[in-house]
Design a protein around this ligand. Structure first.
Ligand SMILES: [Zn+2]
Ligand SMILES: [Zn+2]
Length: 551
């Protein structure tokens, strides 16, 4: 037996949905499973992405032997362009996952050691032997991992469902899971996303059937919005379009890119003849057009949002057109999506979405499927992953129901390091984790303090006070001038702002020369004077920025 315990710690993805990143460490070897990003909430203004903090990993960079990817969703691969700027290790994943990753890496001009694998392939790195196991999910070519370590086998499910009629016929490989179950599984780490849903998740194929029912009833153009990584969905829409005599117009940068990659790799079968160019649009009758686009979350710059606002150069909606939002409403986007739907109705279109029709199904396992996964793998320990805290707790309860003893149902959040040794497991320590914000080209330069300022500016606006002082006498010779943004409408508030200026002038004139020479002190006094005045007079708290010029 190896002398060192197996250590498992999440740098992201436990206690939140997004930025999945799990570390497996044994002796001098360390592997990563996934490195995803998370999209920012409303309280992170200006932030493009959120990625895990890799500080802990930085101290162990020389141990990193491989990066294993379960599937091509952003919450599993989106942080790699940032991770690979400072870490290097061979990356193992199936062809489509690598294809989509490669496109991202090219955009960031990053080279990587990409190694394609197929389901049931086994990769050996250091003391780990890792087998890829096919799972059904809302992106094609997804896999779970069976990670054989000196301490035993860990099954890491990734995102999965047990779709018995997946569009590509590639069902979750229960036989392989069962084979590991027979040999003995040390721990099962399983997808908790849909643990609140009873029963089974509906098959992806139902979406195809719902669309096949819907399309013939549509008189005008049809626009289907979906996630660009959902290749099966694109296939089903294209098939139904072909069957109902419609040509397909692809829209959205990632949609066009992913369809190209998936067609090249043979995951998507769409005839060239079926596809049309946007230039052909004016010449094709409305009832012969089906557009497949991104923008289902109401992203303001997307084509769909512009179409909804009647602000798209080439595409206008008319009465009788149909828009199908064939995707999940990501929590946090509900308000934007409902605005999008309102605008689409204003244009005269009919709108179908998951709340009113079966035009979307989930890619994650519901309770009965989760129980089945536990029963065929029969793990000694259970650790729920991929969920907010409540999902993890509920998944743990589910595990206890199928007979895994309470003390072997572990629960942890980001940074909780679990040690497995001699068939025992315990939480050893909590290591440093966190979130790093990406804004434009800056990674990590926007922290909590910058975000606090942005929220302050967004909520209360800003007031700039400019004062000119005589360099030698300290006498006030210019201003105070006040410039504000997002505070009051200056044209209508002249008198009010004049009072503010007077208050600043008085405060400055009262000061002794000694104070005037201490610029920081002076700024502080100006700031305090105005803050007090604004609060007392109109109960507002703008950011006040004094600027002192020496003339
Ligand atoms: Zn996924
Ligand atoms: Zn995921």
């Amino acid at each position: 037996m190896n002398g060192s315990p197996l250590k498992i710690v999440a740098l992201g993805g436990l206690g939140e949905i997004g930025m999945n990143c799990m570390v497996y460490e044994c002796g001098n070897d360390l592997v990563l499973v996934d490195a995803g990003l998370m999209f920012p909430d409303a309280d992170m203004p200006g932030v493009d992405y959120v990625i895990p903090d890799f500080s802990w990993l930085r101290e162990r960079a020389d141990k990193l032997k491989g990066i294993f990817l379960t599937h091509a969703h952003e919450d599993h691969i989106g942080a790699l362009p940032f991770l690979l700027r400072e870490f290097s290790a061979p990356i193992y994943a199936t062809a489509l996952t690598l294809g989509i990753l490669e496109g991202k890496l090219q955009e960031h001009k990053i080279d990587a050691d990409l190694n394609p694998v197929q389901p049931r392939d086994i990769v050996t790195v250091g003391c780990f032997e890792i087998e890829f196991i096919r799972v059904a999910h809302s992106v094609v070519d997804g896999c779970a991992l069976a990670i054989s370590t000196p301490e035993g086998v860990v099954i890491h499910t990734g995102d999965f469902k047990l779709d018995q009629t997946p569009v590509d016929g590639e069902v979750t490989d229960l036989a392989t899971f069962a084979r590991y179950g027979d040999k003995g599984v040390l721990a099962l780490l399983s997808d908790s996303t849909n643990v609140e849903r009873e029963g089974y998740t509906i098959s992806e194929r139902y979406v195809g059937e719902a669309l096949a029912d819907l399309f013939p009833k549509c008189k005008g153009r049809i626009i289907v919005a979906a996630f660009s990584s959902n290749i099966h969905r694109v296939q089903q829409v294209a098939d139904v379009a072909a069957a109902s005599g419609r040509k397909v117009l692809l829209n959205g940068r990632s949609m066009i890119a992913n369809v190209r990659i998936a067609r090249q790799l043979g995951y998507l079968s769409i005839d060239d003849d079926l596809l049309m160019d946007i230039k052909e649009l004016p010449y094709i009758p409305r009832e012969q057009v089906c557009m497949i686009t991104t923008g289902s979350q109401g992203e303001p710059l997307s084509a769909l949002s512009r179409i909804a606002m009647d602000d798209h150069k080439q595409i206008k909606l008319e009465k009788g057109d149909t828009v199908i939002l064939s995707s999940r409403n990501i929590p946090g986007n509900e308000r934007t999506i409902s605005e999008l739907i309102n605008h689409l109705y204003r244009r005269g279109a009919d709108v179908y979405h998951e709340k009113v029709s079966e035009v979307h199904v989930s890619g994650h396992a519901s309770q009965e499927e989760l129980k089945l996964m536990m029963n065929i793998t029969r793990p000694r320990f259970f650790l729920p992953i991929h969920g907010e805290y409540r999902h993890l707790v509920l998944h743990r309860r589910l595990a206890m129901k199928v007979g895994i003893p309470e003390e072997r149902c572990l629960i942890g959040t980001n940074g909780d390091l679990f040690s497995f040794y001699n068939e025992t497991a315990f939480m050893e320590e909590t290591v440093e984790t966190g979130r790093v914000f990406v804004d434009g080209k800056g990674v990590g330069d926007v922290g909590e303090i910058v975000l606090k300022d942005r929220r302050h500016l967004a909520e209360d606006g800003m007031v700039l006070v400019i004062i000119g002082l005589n360099k030698s006498t300290g006498e006030l010779i210019y201003g105070p001038e006040i410039v504000s943004r997002g505070f009051v409408f200056e044209d209508e508030s002249q008198a009010y702002l004049q009072t503010a200026k007077d208050m600043v002038r008085e405060a400055v004139q009262e000061l002794s020369l000694e104070f005037l020479s201490d610029r920081e002190e002076l700024r502080q006094i100006v700031r305090q004077t105005l803050k007090r005045f604004f609060k007392k007079s109109i109960e507002r708290r703008p950011m006040v920025l004094p600027v002192i010029l020496e003339m």
